[in-house]
Each structure stands twice: as structure tokens, then as C-alpha cells.
Design a protein around this ligand. Structure first.
Ligand code: SF4
Length: 413
């Protein structure tokens, strides 16, 4: 009996670099080796000691490039600079193209803008019936709770409001948000996001969750958070014990590269999973970070090892000043082609473009249906082999199995 299924399938075994990407390592202590365990593992200490200025960054990382230093100097007028000591330790200071570095260290290119870029690329403000609530889809709402995050992602869709660096002056009005949800029985799903809801104290978060749970038509609660990745220390047993009282509660985390999945993150995600919380991951396709099939395959496989289902892969929104981070849709399709069929279905996210201006998420996929008419569907599989599936009038059972065909006839659709 063979245990290596990739070889049984005639596929190449995973490469050495993929194996190294999938190893779980600790972020370590780096510059903070003298800090006590109690402080290092205290999320409040991590927040208090974030790197927030260009000068601090340069002191810790003398290899900062002129583009990065200039970007960091300007960041506090656009989207603040903040990196937790824990997450900073994942940056490779010797590598200008370090994928962690690209995500959180500002660059002067953030000031370069194109006419098609927008401050609110998903049109959230125009779908906001009350401050802090976005009601774009029929049965669900986005409930923005804060403009603060543990660290700031340079490509953030909500750069206009998170960190309040550009003067958006975000003020959610919880009473009005909850009242609106209570008055709209079609809303069965509430997604708490921001900013990062897990920055709230347990008590403050619980008060929101309990009020939402008390609305009879709200079936399902979700939290969108990057805290388990930027600040795994926040995922305390007490937080998990509180969250599990509000099931069904799902959590979507946000990671982009396998190096973000450290032993600390794996343990934090494990605590959430042990509290019965289904976990999904949202990634953004980013140039120099994860626009590569091997990296993405290692990432999604590693997520499953952390008990997290890869949920969405987003084409990077047209946020102002993000061109240097945006990969092409062509790259995204290449990555998806390399995943579907080549790894477990559970590991394959849905690749989406959030339609510019507010059209919502639109799935995009490599083309697998080559022809579809009243008689048949011609499809190709992940190996490029072509198959015909006889189309049935609705309700008519098929009598013959699908066959592989040598030469597809020209499409008559
Ligand atoms: S954690 Fe989320 S909301 Fe905060 S900066 Fe990153 S992408 Fe934006």
C-alpha cells in the first residue's frame, strides 16, 4: 500500500521550499528578549509597545529603504503606521521583498494615485443607512464597531476610516445600528468588523454580542478580525469562553502568507476552534506577497492544519495608493488554476472581485465549462482533459455515464 498519494496520482511530491513554508515556527522575541514572559504574552503590553513612527522603525530596522522611510514619515496623514512587536519579529530585515514587510511597512508609492482608484472602493458609505452599518446584500449587514486595528495593512479597503489618520472621524452609533437591525426582519446575518472588534474588552464585546443575539431574526453572527494574526496573545481562554456563549458565531481571520501562520497563531486559532467557532480565512491577492501558486498552495494547506477553511481570495480593491501592491487578475486566475484539483477542495478559496463602486463580491474562476447548450455541457478538468456531460431536460434522469472525449467539437453555443 502506498502512503504518498501525490505520487500515486502521478503528481510531483511537494518541493522542499513548499515544505519549509509549511513549517510552523515561533515569531520569537527578537529585540524584546529582555521583556518578561508575562509582559510579552499580555496583549495590552503588545499594543502599548507597537512601532508607530518612522524613527522607531529605522532604529529597529536599519535596513529600511528610502522609499519605506519616506512612506513611514507620511503614513500618519493617510493610514497610520502600527506594528505589534510580535508581528514585527516576522519581518526579515535583510530581505527588501519580505512578504510580511510589504504588508505593514508603508512605502512612498502610497502617495502615487491613479484616476480609477478610490477612497471607498466598495461603495460602503453609499450603502450605509445609519453610521457604521453597511446594508448592501438583502439578508445581511456589516456592523462596523471601531476604526482601530492592532496593526495596519497598507492595502486596507477601509483606509479612509481605520486609524483616523485622514480625518474621516468615524463614529459608529451602536444604538442606531442595533435599532436598524431590530427593525429589519430580513437581516439574518450580522458581521462585526471595523477596524477590529477583538480590540474591545471582553465585557464591551459581550454587551454587543448579547444585544444582537437577543434580536429574534438574527440567526447568525460573524466577526471579521486580524487579531489572531497580529496579536495572538489577545485570544485568551476567557475571551473564548465568552464567545462560545453566542453561537452560532463564525470568525473570519485574515492572513496572506504562510509565514504569518506561526506556532503562536496556530495555538490561538486552536483555542477559538476548541470553543466551537468555525473559522474561515480571507486573503487579499498581493504583489510580492502571495501572487504565486506555490506560496498560495502552502498557505491554504497550512490554514487547514490550523483548522481554518480558506474562504475568500480577494482581488485587491482599487484603494487609493495601492497600485504597488496589486497583482493582476491574470495572476489570480493562474493561482486558482494551480489550486483547484491539485489540492483538497477544502483548501480552495473562492476568488472574488469586489465590484468597484459597490456591486458586491463577484466570483471569478478559470474557465472549466467550454460549451453548454441544450444537449450537452463540455467541461475540462484540472489536467486539461475534456469531458462531455449530456444535458437533461430538468428532472430527466441520465442513462449513460459521461465520457472523456478526444477532440471537442466546435462549440455551437
Ligand atoms: S486588519 Fe483589516 S481593517 Fe485593519 S488595517 Fe488590516 S485590513 Fe484594514
Amino acid at each position: 500500500m502506498h502512503s504518498d498519494t501525490s505520487r500515486d496520482n502521478g503528481e510531483e511530491p511537494p518541493s522542499r521550499s513548499s515544505n519549509s513554508l509549511k513549517q510552523f515556527k515561533s515569531a520569537g522575541r527578537g529585540f524584546w528578549s529582555n521583556v518578561s514572559d508575562a509582559d510579552w504574552n499580555d496583549w495590552h503590553w503588545q499594543l502599548k509597545n507597537r512601532i508607530t513612527t518612522a524613527e522607531q522603525l529605522q532604529r529597529l530596522m536599519p535596513t529600511l529603504t528610502p522609499e519605506e522611510f519616506a512612506g513611514a514619515k507620511l503614513a500618519n496623514h493617510k493610514l497610520a503606521l502600527a506594528i505589534t512587536p510580535y508581528f514585527f519579529n516576522l519581518i526579515d530585515p535583510a530581505d527588501e521583498n519580505c512578504p510580511i514587510r510589504w504588508q505593514v511597512i508603508p512605502r512612498i508609492q502610497e502617495t502615487h494615485t491613479a484616476s480609477w482608484e478610490m477612497s471607498d472602493p466598495c461603495g460602503e458609505d453609499s450603502h450605509s443607512p445609519v453610521p457604521g452599518l453597511v446594508h448592501r446584500y438583502p439578508d445581511r449587514v456589516l456592523f462596523l464597531v471601531t476604526d482601530r486595528c492592532a496593526a495596519y495593512c497598507r492595502y486596507c479597503t477601509r483606509s479612509r476610516l481605520v486609524s483616523n489618520a485622514s480625518g474621516y472621524d468615524f463614529h459608529p452609533e451602536f444604538e442606531k445600528q442595533i435599532e436598524y437591525i431590530g427593525a429589519h426582519p430580513e437581516i439574518r446575518d450580522v458581521l462585526l468588523s471595523g477596524g477590529d472588534p477583538l480590540l474591545f474588552s471582553d465585557d464591551k464585546l459581550e454587551s454587543l454580542l448579547s444585544r444582537l443575539r437577543a434580536i429574534p431574526h438574527v440567526e447568525f453572527l460573524r466577526i471579521g478580525t486580524r487579531i489572531p494574526i497580529f496579536l495572538p496573545q489577545r485570544i485568551t481562554p476567557a475571551l473564548c469562553a465568552m464567545l462560545k456563549k453566542y453561537h452560532p458565531l463564525f470568525i473570519s481571520v485574515h492572513t496572506n502568507h504562510p509565514r504569518e501562520l506561526t506556532t503562536e497563531v496556530r495555538d490561538a486559532l486552536g483555542r477559538l476552534a476548541d470553543a466551537g467557532i468555525p473559522l474561515g480565512n480571507q486573503s487579499v491577492l498581493l504583489r510580492n506577497v502571495n501572487d504565486d501558486a506555490e506560496i498560495m498552495k502552502a498557505h491554504v494547506q497550512k490554514l487547514l492544519m490550523c483548522r481554518v477553511k480558506p474562504y475568500y481570495l480577494y482581488q485587491c480593491d482599487l484603494i487609493t495608493g495601492s497600485a504597488h501592491l496589486r497583482a493582476s487578475v491574470r495572476k489570480g486566475l493562474e493561482v486558482m488554476e494551480a489550486l483547484r484539483g491539485h489540492t483538497s477542495g477544502y483548501a480552495v478559496p473562492t476568488y472574488v472581485i469586489d465590484a468597484p463602486g459597490g456591486g458586491g463580491k463577484i466570483p471569478v474562476s478559470p474557465e472549466y465549462v467550454l460549451c453548454h447548450n441544450d444537449d450537452r455541457v463540455v467541461v475540462r478538468n484540472y489536467e486539461g482533459k475534456i469531458f462531455e456531460y449530456p444535458e437533461a431536460a430538468d428532472g430527466t434522469p441520465l442513462v449513460e455515464a459521461p465520457t472523456e472525449i478526444e477532440e471537442p467539437e466546435l462549440c455551437k453555443c
